[in-house]
Design a protein around this ligand. Structure first.
Ligand code: GDP
Ligand code: MG
Length: 594
């Protein structure tokens, strides 16, 4: 295709503002999906995406329109996947910034707009859902125009649901989004903006060609890893894969298949070039996604450990951001320390492990990565609280911090500030987007956000606040490790790294919780919370003589046997901590954040 006739664009928006629905209408209006095969959120192909109604993987579709080729890239909206969003943006020249006409600008509207502006994209402001009775298109057109610095009359108004205004929007894309510019006769350079593992076809790599040409049966080179592969198939998605015999030229968006089995060999953000005639420089911005949140994952049934390993191996084929290594816990047995991009990523991985692989899992409370500098100058990276050094030789501890942006109606300013202050936030600034809507910016420790921060924010603002955060380096903090001891023995799964001011609260809560959760034993069990050797909280589980047979009055022998069986069943689901029997449920309940 002549690059002058190509328009590459994406749709960016806050979650639920209607990206996928608008994409559906575009598929239908351009005729690539006929009315009979149309279904809602056509491009959300994963079960979990369809069930939760969210987009996790980006999707690229080629749409013919008015003699042009439009490549539309649907992006995931959630913060955990910002890296993928920013890669998708690199593959485009334009972005449709979609805003729900009944809601107005939200936190991810801003975050995505800044990403698009950084990528130098032409931005088309669009209000969606104008069919809703509650829509206020005039009010929000002004808000949106104020934000990006255009005239309110430049804001397009559509309904992805009814299709109103979508044709005009497509025309507008053709007229205003710049055609791609590249050098056709130079060495090939294509940006990988997504790669997915397919059981039948192996890894499918989605690329945007910047310079040169990629063809079938060509040896290609991945520039960040220096690995070479042969392209077995090359094509475009419209909306199902279609082989492109002529290959892909400047500005084109499509996929290639090389027969590799692991997405880590085809990394998002990497540059593909020709092995015979390699390009000199990579395309800018390759960055390996870094796990931000860690948690221990253990099979409830210890025998399922090999299955858990296999399941993680399989998931990783499709998720280059997922990292894990084996770990053992005295209390929970054999498992893995798993690193995630964020909380949603963690939830999704866990859910997939349980659903797609039929595993039952215990996960330890999530934690962030700490950098510990010892007095002798040695440095440790701590991804597991039980590895946090104890004793007086720590010089400094650093924790990751975020720049967080909260958008909410102005009446909630007080509540929001209270929550943020309570979590060691530092106010960066506050702006009014309109009379009754504010944007509040804080520096907040990531470790404070991953504990039910969003839930609290939502409940204190009746669901009206939205949150976005991005990593903003690290800060020194007064952090300590709190251990929980049963009968003098530390239970590694319950150790937590917390701020000094909150250590006491954590210790008391945990000790109380465990006293309720652990059944009485034949002997007294002291529960202690301690920082190093210093005990900061204490509870006691009183002893009982747990003689189940005493109830039987010696009479019915079969009843006696049944009781013994039952007791044995119960024992199987117990974990031993020293001499103390702790039921599985106690771990699950104590580790869940409520
Ligand atoms: P995404 O998260 O941005 O991809 O949003 P979706 O496309 O999944 O839409 C979120 C919700 O808004 C769904 O329930 C849609 O049916 C609904 N929705 C999307 N567009 C419109 C619209 O134009 N009008 C109305 N009334 N509802 C819409
Ligand atoms: Mg979506």
């Amino acid at each position: 295709t002549d690059p002058a006739l190509i328009r590459n664009f994406c749709i960016i928006a806050h979650i639920d503002h209607g990206k996928s629905t608008l994409a559906d209408r575009m598929l239908q209006i351009t005729g690539v999906v006929d009315d009979r095969s149309m279904r809602a959120q056509y491009l959300d192909r994963m079960d979990i995406e369809r069930e939760r109604g969210i987009t996790i993987k980006s999707q690229a579709v080629r749409l013919p329109w008015d003699g042009h080729v439009l490549n539309m890239i649907d992006t995931p909206g959630h913060v955990d996947f910002t890296y993928e969003v920013s890669r998708s943006l690199q593959a485009c020249e334009g972005a449709i910034l979609l805003v729900d006409a009944a809601q107005g600008i939200e936190a991810q509207t801003l975050a995505n707009l800044y990403l698009a502006m950084n990528a130098d994209l032409h931005i088309i402001p669009v209000l969606n859902k104008i069919d809703l009775p509650a829509a206020q298109p005039e009010k929000f057109a002004e808000e949106l125009a104020g934000l990006i610095g255009c005239d309110p009359s430049d804001v397009l108004k559509v309904s992805g649901k009814t299709g109103v205004g979508v044709r005009e929007l497509l025309d507008h894309v053709v007229q205003t989004v710049p055609a791609p510019i590249g050098v056709a006769d130079s060495a090939a350079r294509a940006l990988i903006f997504d790669s997915v593992y397919d059981t039948y076809r192996g890894v499918v790599t989605y690329v945007r060609v910047v310079d040169g040409h990629l063809g079938k049966r060509e040896r290609i080179l991945m520039m960040s890893t220096n690995a070479t592969h042969e392209t077995l198939e090359i094509g475009v998605i419209s909306p199902e894969p279609k082989v492109a015999d002529l290959g892909l030229g400047v500005g084109e968006v499509g996929y290639l298949i090389t027969g590799v089995k692991d997405v880590r060999q085809s990394r998002v953000g990497d540059t593909v070039t020709s092995a015979a005639k390699p390009a000199k420089d990579m395309l800018a911005g390759y960055e390996h996604p870094k796990p931000m949140v860690f948690s221990g994952l253990y099979p409830i049934d210890g025998d399922e450990y090999p299955e858990l390993r296999e399941a993680l191996d399989k998931l990783q084929l499709n998720d280059a951001a997922l990292v894990y290594e084996p770990e053992t816990s005295a209390a929970l047995g054999f498992g893995f320390r798993v690193g995630f991009l964020g909380l949603l990523h963690m939830e999704i991985v866990r859910e997939r492990l349980e659903r797609e692989f039929g595993l039952s899992l215990i996960s330890t409370a999530p934690n962030v990565v700490y950098r510990v500098v010892m007095e002798d100058g040695k440095e440790l990276t701590v991804t597991n609280p039980s590895e946090f050094p104890t004793g007086g030789k720590i010089a400094q501890v650093f924790e990751p911090v975020t720049k967080s942006t909260i958008l909410a109606p102005a009446e909630f300013i007080g509540a929001i500030m209270e929550i943020c202050q309570g979590r060691r936030g530092q106010l960066l600034g506050m702006d009014y987007l309109s009379e009754d809507r504010v944007e509040i910016r804080y520096t907040l420790p990531l470790g404070e956000i991953i504990f039910d921060f969003f839930d609290q924010l939502k409940s204190r603002t009746r669901g009206y606040a939205s949150l976005d955060y991005e990593p903003a380096g690290e800060q020194e903090a007064d952090l300590v490790k709190v251990d929980i001891l049963l009968q003098g023995e530390a239970v590694d799964a319950f150790s937590a790294i917390v701020h000094k001011d909150k250590a006491y609260g954590y210790g008391v809560d945990m000790a109380k919780k465990l006293r309720e959760l652990i059944p009485r034993q034949q002997f007294e069990v002291p529960i202690q919370a301690a920082i190093g050797a210093r005990v900061i909280a204490r509870e006691n589980i009183r002893a009982i003589r747990k003689d189940v047979l005493a109830k039987c009055y010696g009479g019915d022998i079969s009843r006696k046997r049944k009781l013994l069986e039952k007791q044995k069943e119960g024992k199987k689901r117990m974990k031993m901590v020293g001499r103390v029997e702790v039921p599985q449920e106690a771990f699950v309940a104590a580790l869940s954040t409520d």
